[in-house]
Design a protein around this ligand. Structure first.
Ligand code: NAP
Length: 484
């Protein structure tokens, strides 16, 4: 890769590592100490248009390649991501903040995603349909959508772009990818793996440029047929409106506000452990993070004590330091928002059991004390807004139907978690909860081979699984009239 600095810093367009035309750069900040890690190339409309042009030129050749040849490139990229996992994970921790073991797990998830779609691309089957007219034959074949634009956020800078790039490339689409401005370094590394795996020039391109400029180009350029976006519901709604003129296909992975529900038959100590892991992973800055904890009144006291004790023991610090379990939050704004959610809850009667504010133990960095609050009610902002914060709000319940109604009382529908060993309760919950992902006794359900995505305002479509492949395919129906 054409860089002498510790971090690769360039865009990747038509098989070339490139600076911005006007040499503009953008600083990437380490949230653990607020230092500038690197200056990355920061392009504009010209670079994005060039990348789209490259993807459009590469599309016919990449689409025509054997699916086995495409799979070989993706599999090789997966192997390279694994070989380089340590370095990529360190970069991810430095630009995003999560502890190194979490970063490593994310990088390996990205590698698994490339490998899984390399294989699954071979199974993009069509079908044959029995005709009603014996002089006809009917077939369904699958056709790659075309050039795909991807936009992803900062909280999982390796996993989220991989869920888009891997399936798109597997079925023969070509790609232009934009990372979040604050976390471009991880995706530059992944593109290094794709380049070194032998991806043909133009098949996947990486642009770093202002979000609106990239979105303008994606929606205005006729070659881009699909936009795949992960981010906030507010921006997702804007993209739905913007997609109308060109009837662009959209996949949207948006916000969430997941309930975690504990029934009295569950092992409270084990569930508290799972709940604390699920909640404070990446500081709660996870779209599927549990963010409303409904605990049956018979076990509420025991659960609360266990959760508070475990939360107090969490080790906060720079994610590169061994033993650290919770890193800094991602940016200063996130600290302010978290504090304001807690202030609002307090003002409306909530009690803070542990944490509750910015950590005073660090001179620099965006550290917030992992927090547990109770006496929470549905009017508080922490219950109505996606918190994206290291805060565990506790609520009691007594009846199954009531907790289903409370859990569903939100515009979001991404994930929900239920802890019980009662098969009937588990079944009723899995069927009654309005969420695209249900973790039954499982606080970390995401895996490449299973569909991931939301109901209601949490999104459109699914990533991962066979659904995640289908998202990059058009269904083409072919009807054949036979000679008499
Ligand atoms: P965001 O503001 O929507 O940003 C996400 C991405 O969209 C970034 O690359 C950002 O670029 C870009 N963007 C911002 N404004 C845009 C616009 N007007 N048009 C086009 N692109 C635009 O989201 P965020 O707050 O950073 O990320 C957290 C959100 O993502 C949460 O709501 C979370 O739940 C959601 N999320 C969902 C999933 C899922 O799978 N459902 C997974 C992870 C996160 P810049 O960085 O350059 O501004």
């Amino acid at each position: 890769m054409a860089t002498a600095t510790e971090f690769p810093t360039q865009m990747y367009i038509e098989g070339q590592w490139r600076d911005a035309d006007d040499s503009r750069t953008l600083g990437v900040i380490n949230p653990a100490d607020e230092s500038t890690l690197a200056e990355v190339a920061y392009g504009g409309r010209a670079e994005v248009d060039r990348a789209i042009g490259a993807a459009a030129r590469a599309f016919p050749g990449w689409r025509a390649a054997s699916v086995y040849d495409r799979a070989r490139v993706l599999k090789k990229a997966a192997d390279l991501i694994r070989d380089r996992a340590e370095r990529i994970a360190r970069t991810l921790t430095q630009e995003q903040g999560k502890p190194l073991p979490e970063a490593k797990a994310e990088v390996l998830h990205a590698a698994d995603t490339f490998e899984w779609f390399a294989e699954e691309g071979k199974r993009a089957y069509g079908r044959t349909i029995p005709p009603s007219n014996v002089a006809k034959r009917h077939y369904v074949i699958k056709h790659p959508v075309g050039v795909v634009g991807t936009i992803t956020p900062w909280n999982f800078p390796a996993a989220l772009p991989s869920r888009k790039i891997a399936p798109a490339l597997a079925v023969g689409c070509t790609v232009v990818s934009k990372p979040a401005e604050q976390t471009p370094l991880t995706l530059i590394h992944l593109f290094g793996c794709l380049a070194d795996a032998g991806l043909p020039p133009g098949a996947a391109n990486l642009v770093i440029a202002p979000a609106r400029t990239v979105a303008d180009a994606f929606f205005e350029h006729p070659a881009v047929r699909k936009v795949s976006f992960t981010g906030s519901t507010a921006v997702g709604k804007e993209l739905i409106r913007r997609s109308a003129d060109g009837v662009k296909r959209l996949s949207l992975e948006l916000g969430g506000h997941a309930p975690l529900i504990v029934f009295p038959d569950a092992d409270v100590a084990q569930v508290a452990q799972a709940a604390v892991i699920g909640k404070f992973r990446n500081n709660g800055q996870v779209c599927i993070a549990p963010s409303r904890f409904y605990v049956h009144e018979r076990v509420a006291k025991d659960f609360t004590e266990a959760a508070v004790e475990l939360t107090r023991k969490l080790r906060l610090g720079d994610g590169l330091v061994e033993g650290v379990q919770v890193g800094p939050m991602f940016e200063a704004r996130a600290l302010e928002k978290t504090a304001s959610l807690i202030d609002d809850a307090r003002a409306r009667g909530a009690k803070v059991l542990t944490g509750g504010g910015r950590s005073t133990r660090f001179e620099k960095g965006y550290f917030f004390e992992p927090t547990v609050i109770r006496e929470v009610d549905g009017r508080m902002r922490i219950m109505t807004e996606e918190p994206f914060a290291p805060v565990m709000p506790l609520l009691d319940f007594s009846k199954l139907d009531d907790v289903i109604a409370a859990a569903n009382d939100t515009p979001y529908g991404l994930a929900a978690y239920v802890f019980t060993n009662d098969l009937t309760v588990a079944t009723r919950m899995a069927e009654g909860l309005e969420a695209g992902i249900i973790g039954l006794n499982d606080p970390v359900p995401a895996t490449p081979q299973c569909p991931f995505g939301g109901m209601k305002e949490s999104g459109l479509g699914r990533e991962l699984g066979i659904e995640g492949l289908d998202a990059y395919l058009e269904t083409k129906y072919v009807s054949v009239g036979l000679r008499g």
